[in-house]
Write a protein that binds this ligand. Structure first.
Ligand code: SF4
Length: 462
C-alpha cells in the first residue's frame, strides 16, 4: 500500500502543500516519503527513508520550487525497502523529464521487465513502478500524453498513479479501480490524492473520484479526460474499507467510517454473545466496535490503550518481558476488564500470534470471558494487488478452521463476519468489489510465477 498525492497550483507553495497532503496519507506507508516538483522548465525530487515529518526539512521544501508537484508515502509490496525504490521516481528521456508516484501492484511487472531488459533497458530499482517509466521512455508515440497512455495500456493489475511532467499533472487509474484516487479543488488549484482526508487537511474540497480506467491530464489548458482502456469489471479493494483507509476518508464513493460501523452492526446480528462490554483493538477495530456495541446494546469501552509513538526501530529489552512486542503497542486497562465478559473486536486475524497474545493479555488483566469478533471473513489468500499480506502458508485461516483458530488464540468464542455480511455492509453495487483475500478468486489473472506459486499453495492446502 502507498499514498499518492498530486497538485497543480499556480501561485502556491506546492512543496509545502504536498508535504501536508502526505502527512494525511502517512498511514498508507511509513517506509519512505518523497516529493517531486516542476516549474514548467525543469523538475526536481527529494526522497528519504522514514516518516514524512522526518523526511523533509523546511530547507528541503524550499529547494523544491514550482507550480506542480507529486508526492508519495511508501509501503513496499513489490521491491525491497530501500531508498532507490522510494518514490516519486524521476527520469529524463526522449519525451523529457517525468516523475511517477504509484499505489498498487503491477502483476505483469516481471514479464515486462524481463522483456525490457532483453531489449537493453537498465533498471535502477527492484520496484514494479519503474517498468512504467521504461515503457514510457521506449515509446515512439509522438506526444507525451500518447506515450504515457501507450505505456499504461501495457501493464495489468492495480495502479493509481500520479505523474508529473514539467508542465502537466496526470492521474491514471487502472480499469478495475482497485485502489482509490480522488480529485479535489482548492481555489484555482487541482489536487489528486489516494484519500479525501488529504484534501481536508489542506482545506480543499472533494470534486469526484478519478474513474476506473480514466487518464486525467491537468495543465494550463484545464482538465482533459480520456478512457483508453477496454471496459473491465470493477474490483474496488474491499480491504480499504475493512482496514486500510482512514475512517474520516471517503473511498469508492462511501464514508469509510459508515462502512466500518456497518461491518460491526452486521457482525452483532450474525454473531451475538452474552457479554458485559465491547472492547475494540485500537485503532482499526474502533469503528466496527462502535457498530457492534450499538446493535448489541452493550457499552463500548477502551479496554486496550495504544501507544502511538513507536518508531520503526526501538531498543529491545535485554531481559525477556512477557508479550513485549504487543505490549509495547497495546496495554490493557484493568479497571475496565476485571471480572467482565469481554467482546474483543478486531478487523482481521492474519497469522494468529498477535490475537493470541492480546487475548492472553486481556485475560491476565482479569477478564472472565474473552469473545473474539472479526469484522471481515477469514483471510485465506494473499493479495497480489498492493496489500502486503503474507503467503498462504502463513495465513492461519488458510489452513485452520475457525474452531481450530479459536483454540489457538485461547478465546471463549470466535466469529468472523460472513462474506454476505461484508458485501451488505459495503453496500452499493456489490459485484464491484474485490474480495479475493477472503475467497481466493482473483479478478486479474497472474502471469507465470505468481500463478505457479498460487497453484502450489492450493495444492498444499488440499
Ligand atoms: S485481495 Fe484483498 S487486499 Fe487485495 S485488492 Fe483484493 S480485497 Fe484488497
Amino acid at each position: 500500500m502507498c499514498g499518492v498525492f498530486g497538485l497543480y497550483a499556480p501561485d502556491r507553495d506546492v512543496a509545502r502543500l504536498t508535504y501536508f497532503g502526505l502527512f494525511a496519507l502517512q498511514h498508507r506507508g511509513q517506509e519512505s516519503a518523497g516529493i517531486a516538483t516542476g516549474d514548467g522548465v525543469k523538475m526536481q525530487v527529494s526522497r528519504a527513508m522514514g516518516h514524512v515529518a522526518d523526511a523533509f526539512t523546511p530547507e528541503t521544501l524550499t529547494s523544491l520550487p514550482g507550480h506542480l508537484a507529486i508526492g508519495h508515502t511508501r509501503y513496499s509490496t513489490a521491491g525491497e525497502s530501500r531508498l532507490e525504490n522510494a518514490q516519486p521516481m524521476l527520469i529524463d528521456c526522449a519525451h523529457g523529464q517525468i516523475a511517477v508516484a504509484h499505489n498498487g501492484n503491477i502483476v505483469n511487472a516481471r514479464e515486462l521487465r524481463d522483456e525490457l531488459v532483453r531489449d537493453g533497458s537498465i533498471f535502477q530499482t527492484s520496484s514494479d513502478t519503474e517498468v512504467v517509466l521504461h515503457l514510457y521512455a521506449k515509446s515512439k508515440a509522438p506526444s507525451v500524453e500518447e506515450a504515457l497512455i501507450e505505456s499504461v495500456q501495457q501493464v495489468s493489475g492495480a495502479f493509481s498513479l500520479a505523474l508529473l511532467t514539467k508542465n502537466r499533472l496526470i492521474a491514471a487509474r487502472d480499469p478495475h479501480g482497485f485502489r482509490p484516487l480522488a480529485l479535489g479543488r482548492l481555489g484555482d488549484a487541482w489536487i489528486v490524492c489516494s484519500e479525501t482526508c488529504a484534501l481536508d487537511l489542506i482545506g480543499a474540497t472533494y470534486v469526484r473520484d478519478i474513474e476506473p480506467g480514466e487518464v486525467l491530464v491537468i495543465s494550463e489548458g484545464g482538465l482533459r479526460s480520456s478512457h483508453p482502456f477496454p471496459k473491465s469489471p470493477l474490483a474496488h479493494c474491499v480491504f480499504e474499507h475493512v482496514y486500510f483507509a482512514r475512517p474520516d476518508s471517503y473511498v469508492f464513493g462511501r464514508s469509510v467510517n459508515e462502512v466500518r460501523t456497518a461491518l460491526g452492526q452486521h457482525l452483532a446480528m450474525e454473531a451475538p454473545v452474552e457479554a458485559d462490554v465491547v472492547v475494540p483493538i485500537p485503532d482499526s477495530g474502533v469503528c466496527a466496535a462502535i457498530g457492534y456495541a450499538e446493535r448489541a446494546k452493550l457499552p463500548l469501552q477502551m479496554g486496550l490503550i495504544r501507544n502511538h509513538y513507536i518508531g520503526r526501530t526501538f531498543i529491545q529489552p535485554q531481559q525477556s518481558i512477557r508479550h513485549f512486542n504487543v505490549r509495547v503497542k497495546l496495554n490493557p486497562v484493568r479497571s475496565i476488564l476485571e471480572g467482565k465478559r469481554v467482546i474483543l473486536l478486531d478487523d482481521s486475524i492474519v497469522r494468529g500470534t498477535t490475537s493470541r497474545t492480546i487475548v492472553k493479555m486481556v485475560r491476565a488483566a482479569g477478564a472472565r470471558e474473552v469473545h473474539l469478533r472479526i469484522s471481515c471473513p477469514p483471510t485465506v489468500s494473499p493479495c497480489f494487488y498492493g496489500v502486503d499480506t503474507p503467503s498462504r502458508s502463513e495465513l492461519i485461516a488458510a489452513t485452520h478452521t475457525a474452531e481450530e483458530i479459536r483454540k489457538y488464540v485461547e478465546a471463549d468464542s470466535l466469529s468472523y463476519l460472513s462474506l454476505n455480511g461484508l458485501k451488505s455492509a459495503v453496500g452499493g453495487e456489490q459485484a464491484s468489489y474485490c474480495t479475493s483475500c477472503y475467497t481466493g478468486v482473483y479478478p486479474v489473472a497472474f502471469p507465470r510465477d505468481e500463478q505457479a506459486y498460487l497453484q502450489l499453495a492450493l495444492k498444499a492446502l488440499d
